[in-house]
Every structure is written in C-alpha cells, then in structure tokens.
Design a protein around this ligand. Structure first.
Ligand SMILES: NC(=O)c1ccc[n+]([C@@H]2O[C@H](COP(=O)([O-])OP(=O)(O)OC[C@H]3O[C@@H](n4cnc5c(N)ncnc54)[C@H](O)[C@@H]3O)[C@@H](O)[C@H]2O)c1
Length: 343
C-alpha cells in the first residue's frame, strides 16, 4: 500500500487534520498526454492523488486521457511549458511535480538542434522556476540512459565516469539534470532523476517497435534496418517504469536521487525484429543500412546497472521479449496511432 493510501486510511478513521492535508495534496504531471505521462497519470489517480496535467499536444494524444478526464480528480491544462503564465496556473497548489514533457525523440536531434535545448533544457528550467515561485519542492524528472553517451562501463552505473555526450537529446537532458541538482542545493528542493532505457508497452507511439511495425504494414516483404541490427539495447515495460518512479518518490532519502531504470539484460535489435515479425506472421528480407550505429548519437550498446533502484525493493515484472510482444499487441489493436503520428 502506498504511503498516501496509508495516510488516507488513517484520515478515514477520524484524524481530520491528516485528511485536510491529504485533500490539498495535488500532483502536477508535465507531458500528461504522452505515452509514459498518461500512464503515470492513471496510476497516480488510482493511488488516490489529485492530478493536474499540462501538455501542448505536440506528440501527446487526447485519447490517452479519456479515463483520467472522467475520474473527477484530474484537471487538464492545455499549454506549453515555455509559457510561464500557463505553467504558473498549472503548478499553483501542487506539492510535487513529475516532469515528463520533452522532445523525446533522440534520432533527429541534428536536424533541429534548438528543439532539444528549448523543449528539454529551457522547459525544465521553467518548471524549476515555477516550482520556486509557488513553493513546490519535490520533483521527479524523466531523464535517459542516453546521458551516458557511449560509456566504457557496462552495465553502466549511475556514478560511472563523467560521460561524454553523443546526442543533442542526451546533452539537453544532462543539462536538465544539472539544473535540477543545482536547484536542490540552492533552493532546498528534493529530486528523483530517472535515467530510463527505452520504454515499451501500451500507448507506445514512438521507438523501434513502432518504426518496424509501420514499415512492415507498408511492405511486409522487405524491412529496412538502420545500422547492422547487432546494436545491443535494453528495454523496460512502462508499468514497471511507473512502479519504480512511484516507489522512489516515496522512499528516496537524499536531496538528489539518481536512478537507472531498466531490466537486467539486453537484446540485439535483430532479436527484437525476430519477435516482431513472428508476432505479425511475416518473413521480410532484412535490408541493413550497415554500420554499427543506426544514426548519429545511437549508442550501439546500452545496458544500465539497476542495483540502486532494486535496493529499494523494486524489480521489473516483464522481460524484454514480453514487453516487445505487448507493444506489438497494443499497436495491432490501436493502428490509429500511426495515422496521428503521420499527420
Ligand atoms: N519513451 C522512452 O523510451 C523514453 C526513454 C527515456 C526517457 N524518456 C523520457 O520520458 C519522457 C516521456 O517520454 P514519452 O515516451 O512518453 O514521450 P511522448 O512524446 O509520448 O510524451 C511527451 C509529452 O510531452 C508533451 N510536450 C512536449 N513538449 C512540451 C512542452 N513544451 N510543453 C507541454 N507539453 C509538452 C508532448 O505533447 C507529449 O505529450 C520524456 O521526457 C522522455 O525524454 C522516454
């Protein structure tokens, strides 16, 4: 049972002062209409929180919020984190922020270098400033294993050698992490910074399963593959990711708490192609672009050490293959996501 649920139970038993504290507890989720953000919103609501969500719908989907909007405990603010006034309205009265809004795309960073800076770094600065202005002191941040660049230490621990950045996305997230840590030191904030591997599961709208599925829909006989298919990657199921975030936000003791989130294994891109093709019943010719990286900034081997989050009692329930298959099943039942992304 979550700490909040325990407190609510106590409140129901007659401690009015606890109840009054609970009633004013509100959580802000930025990027609330996204793949991970909307899943988090549903989980927070199920755990008894009141949730405010902010999203500019650049990649978020309204449909992901249908359940939340009918709950009576969720308010949606449609707006951009770069707009201070709207952000201020959203954050007012909140006690904690889960900051997930970002440009989550790694691959096209070099095509629009300013986007990562604005959406990931400046937006994070704006969130921190809004927190400061409204007396909010606790933040969860969705960072990424991309901040490690191409680490020489595998599995990569949170306190590995200071990394050299290889993507604008990773660099913008590393800058966001830096700002958060400095606000913790400077203004008495507490933070959990989560470095995710790639996340899979229901509401998935971008990433390798999405790309391969879409290509196979267009042509089941030939599958173009970026790189040589031997890139080694690790993936985590979205509900396992949320479990870890919620647990850490309750238990993490330090001012700045950094957690890798991932499973304790990895696979080759070729393995994942095999699972996807089997699930779809297709046997395409594989057309490799060649080279050991799919794009500039693609880390050919990502595998994170997750001992730190496991020490809090978390472990993932699904392995990589199961996560891939659930994602394929979701995409099969929700092919509308391809049309929206295309438009
Ligand atoms: N999906 C992954 O595999 C993965 C891996 C590592 C880290 N992350 C991080 O997790 C977070 C969520 O990723 P996701 O996969 O759910 O991506 P997503 O694109 O589905 O969600 C991001 C959401 O943020 C919103 N948004 C973007 N910029 C905004 C702005 N300026 N103001 C308001 N809303 C804005 C988008 O509309 C979208 O709803 C991101 O911070 C991403 O960098 C994701």
């Amino acid at each position: 049972m979550s700490l909040l649920a325990v407190r609510r139970k106590v409140a129901c038993n007659g401690l009015a002062f606890v109840n009054s504290i609970i009633c004013i507890m509100k959580t802000l989720v930025t990027g609330c209409a996204g793949f991970i953000g909307s899943t988090l919103v549903d989980r927070l609501l199920a755990a008894g929180h009141d949730v405010i969500g902010i999203d500019n719908f650049s990649t978020g989907q309204r449909r992901f919020l249908d359940g939340a909007l009918s709950s009576g405990h969720f308010s949606l603010i449609e707006g951009d984190l770069l707009d201070d006034v709207t952000l201020g309205k959203a954050i007012k009265g909140c006690t904690v922020v889960y900051h997930l809004a970002a440009n989550a795309d790694v691959r096209f960073g070099t095509e629009h270098p300013r986007k990562d800076l604005e959406q990931n770094t400046i937006a994070t600065y704006n969130v921190l400033e809004a927190m400061r202005a409204h007396g909010v002191r606790k933040i969860a941040f969705s960072s990424t294993g991309s901040v490690y660049g191409e680490s020489a230490v595998i599995p990569t621990p949170e306190n590995g050698p200071f990394p050299i950045q290889t993507s604008l996305y990773g660099a913008s997230k590393a800058a966001g992490e830096g700002l958060i840590a400095a606000y913790c030191e400077g203004f008495g904030f507490q933070s959990c910074i989560f470095r995710f591997v790639s996340i899979l599961g229901e509401r998935y709208t971008h990433g390798h399963v999405f790309d391969f599925y879409k290509k196979l829909k267009d042509d089941p006989l030939r599958l173009p593959v970026l790189g040589n298919g031997k890139q080694r990657k690790s993936y985590l199921y979205v509900q396992d990711c949320i479990d870890a975030m919620l647990l850490a936000m309750e238990m993490a003791p330090d001012k700045v708490n950094i957690f890798n989130l991932g499973v304790d294994t990895y696979c080759e891109v070729n393995d994942s192609i095999g699972w996807i093709c089997n699930a779809l019943g297709v046997q395409p010719a594989l057309d490799y672009a060649g080279g050991d990286r799919g794009w500039i900034g693609d880390n050919p081997f990502i595998f994170l050490d997750t001992k730190r989050i496991r020490a809090l009692g978390w472990s993932p329930r699904l392995g990589i293959q199961e996560g891939v298959l659930r994602t394929v099943a979701y995409l099969r039942q929700n092919e509308w996501v391809f049309e929206l992304r295309a438009s």
